[in-house]
Design a protein around this ligand. Structure first.
Ligand code: EPZ
Length: 422
C-alpha cells in the first residue's frame, strides 16, 4: 500500500463524552466525533431520554452538539443496551443529575461475560441505593456523597462511569486502581472544562472534588488509537509505504515497540506514523494488558499479522475470556492457529487464501480485512455491520492507499446485529 490514511476521532472516547453531556443542562459541543454506528446508537439513547442531539458531519467537521436541558426520563432500555453495552455509561451521570436511573443490565456478549458489578459497587459506595430486578439495575440517591473506592479489577468504562457520577457528588472521591487509558484522560479533560475538579486521570489514582453544578463546554475528541493501530498493521502486512496521519503516536507505544522488534520499519512524528511494509517479519509473543500494555482491542489484528511472520508466536488474551472468534475464520483462510484456553498459538508464514468469511465482532472484522489484504484472491466478508460500529468508512480509507476493497452490501439481515461488543 502506498499513501496516507487519516485517523478519525476515538469512538471509545466519544461515547463517554456524549454520556457526560447528561451531567449539565447546558450544551456540550464535541468535535472530531467519528461517524460510526455506536455514536448513532448513543444519539438514539440520549434522545430517548429527551436530550437534543445534533450529529454534524461533513462540513460540520464531525461536530456533535448535545443539550440535556430537559430530560424526560432516566431509563436506558434493553432494546438499546443489548446492541451496545457502552450504554451503561449513562448510569453514573443519570443518578448524579436526575437522582435516579434505570438501566438494563447488558448481559454477556460475543467477547465474554462482561459484568458491570464494579459500576454498581462504585455507585453504592457513593451512597446510591441499588435494586436489580427484571433485568434492570435501578439506582437512586438524593445527592451522591464522595467516598474512597477501590476497583478490584481495572475497568475502563467502570472508571469513567464512577468518575462522572463523583463529579457531581458532595465532597471528595478517591478512586483507586483506575484504568489509565487515554480515553479516561480525554473524558476527565472534558469534565474539567465543564467545571469539574478531577486530578490524576491517566494514573492509578483519581481524585475528584465534587461540585454542585457543571456547565457546557467545547471539546475535541482524541484520535482513535485502535483505528490507527489497525492501519499500522495493514501497512506492516503489505509492501509499500503507508502514512497514518492524524494520530497520537504516544498512545500507540506498546504496539509500535512490538512491531519494531518484529522488524517493521516505523517512523513517527507529532501526529503521524509511517510504516514501510513488506519486509520479512519475526514472530513475537504478545500478552494483552490494560493500558499502557498491549491493547486487547489490537489482539485480533496482531494475530492476522503473526500469520505472516517467520516462526511461531503465542498470543495471550488476558482481558476477555472469549475473544478469539476471529481465529476460526483466519484458519478457514489458511492460517495455522490453535487455541489453548486464553492463548492462541500461531504458526507463522502461512499463505492466506481468499474465502467467504463471517465477521463476529468489531475487532474480529478488522482482522479479517487485514488478512484479506494479503490473501491470494477475492475475500468476501459478511456481517460487516460489526466493522461499521467502530471504523469510519474503512473501505474508502484503505482504497485511498491502494487496497482493492469495496462494500457490496450485506447478505444477512441487519437485525442480526444484536450481538454486542463495545
Ligand atoms: C472498554 O470496554 C472498551 N469499550 C472496549 O472496547 C475494550 O476492549 C475494553 O475497555 C478493554 O480495553 C469502551 O471503551 C466503550 P472493561 P469495558 O470494563 O469498559 C471485567 C472495542 O472493540 N469487568 O475495562 O466494557 C471485564 O469482564 C471494545 O472498541 C468486571 O469484572 O471493558 C473484563 O474482563 C470492545 N466487572 C475486564 O474487567 C465490571 O464491572 C475489563 O473490562 C467491569 C468489567
Amino acid at each position: 500500500m502506498y499513501g496516507t490514511v487519516r485517523v478519525s476521532g476515538a469512538k471509545n472516547a466519544a461515547l463517554p463524552c456524549m454520556a457526560a453531556a447528561l451531567l449539565t443542562d447546558e450544551p456540550v459541543i464535541l468535535e472530531n466525533v467519528p461517524q460510526v454506528r455506536d455514536i448513532e446508537t448513543t444519539r438514539r439513547l440520549l434522545s430517548s431520554m429527551g436530550a437534543e442531539v445534533e450529529l454534524g458531519y461533513g462540513r460540520a467537521h464531525h461536530r456533535t452538539t448535545i443539550c440535556c436541558r430537559r430530560l424526560a426520563n432516566s431509563e436506558a432500555s434493553y432494546e438499546l443496551v443489548k446492541t451496545m453495552r457502552a450504554s451503561t455509561l449513562v448510569l453514573g451521570p443519570l443518578v448524579a443529575r436526575m437522582k435516579s436511573a434505570r438501566v438494563s443490565l447488558p448481559g454477556g456478549c460475543a467477547i465474554g461475560a462482561r459484568p458491570i458489578n464494579l459500576h454498581i459497587m462504585g455507585l453504592e459506595r457513593l451512597g446510591a441505593a441499588i435494586r436489580q430486578e427484571h433485568g434492570y439495575v435501578e439506582a437512586g440517591a438524593e445527592r451522591l456523597r464522595g467516598a474512597e473506592i477501590v476497583f478490584d479489577k481495572i475497568t475502563v468504562t467502570g472508571t469513567e462511569d464512577i468518575m462522572m457520577a463523583a463529579a457531581l457528588a458532595e465532597g471528595e472521591t478517591v478512586l483507586e486502581n483506575c484504568a489509565r487509558e487515554p480515553e479516561v484522560v480525554d473524558l476527565a479533560n472534558l469534565l474539567n472544562k465543564m467545571g469539574a475538579h478531577i486530578d490524576g486521570a491517566g494514573s492509578h489514582q483519581i481524585r475528584i472534588q465534587g461540585v454542585e453544578k457543571l456547565h457546557g463546554a467545547r471539546h475535541r475528541i482524541i484520535p482513535d488509537r485502535i483505528e490507527a493501530g489497525t492501519f499500522v498493521i495493514a501497512g506492516a502486512m503489505c509492501a509499500g509505504k503507508l502514512i497514518v496521519q492524524n494520530c497520537e503516536p504516544n498512545h500507540l507505544t506498546a504496539l509500535l515497540l512490538k512491531l519494531q522488534q518484529a522488524g517493521v520499519r516505523v517512523e513517527q512524528g507529532l501526529d503521524w506514523v509511517s510504516i514501510a511494509g513488506g519486509a520479512p517479519l519475526q514472530a513475537l509473543d504478545v500478552d494483552t494488558e490494560e493500558y499502557p500494555g498491549f491493547p486487547t482491542d489490537m489482539q485480533a489484528q496482531y494475530m492476522a499479522l503473526m500469520t505472516q511472520a517467520e516462526g511461531p508466536s503465542v498470543i495471550a488474551e488476558n482481558i476477555f475470556e472469549n475473544r478469539f472468534m476471529h481465529t476460526q475464520e483466519l484458519v478457514r483462510m489458511g492460517a495455522d492457529i490453535r487455541i489453548d484456553g486464553r492463548r492462541a498459538l500461531v504458526r507463522g508464514n502461512t499463505p492466506l487464501s481468499a474465502a467467504a468469511v463471517l465477521a463476529s465482532d468489531l475487532r474480529a472484522s478488522a482482522s479479517l480485512v487485514l488478512a484479506a489484504l494479503v490473501a491470494d484472491g477475492e475475500t468476501i466478508i459478511d456481517r460487516v455491520y460489526h466493522i461499521d460500529r467502530g471504523y469510519e468508512r474503512i473501505e474508502e480509507k484503505l482504497r485511498g492507499a491502494g487496497a482493492e476493497i469495496k462494500r457490496i452490501g450485506e447478505l444477512f439481515p441487519h437485525k442480526a446485529s444484536a450481538t454486542q461488543s463495545a
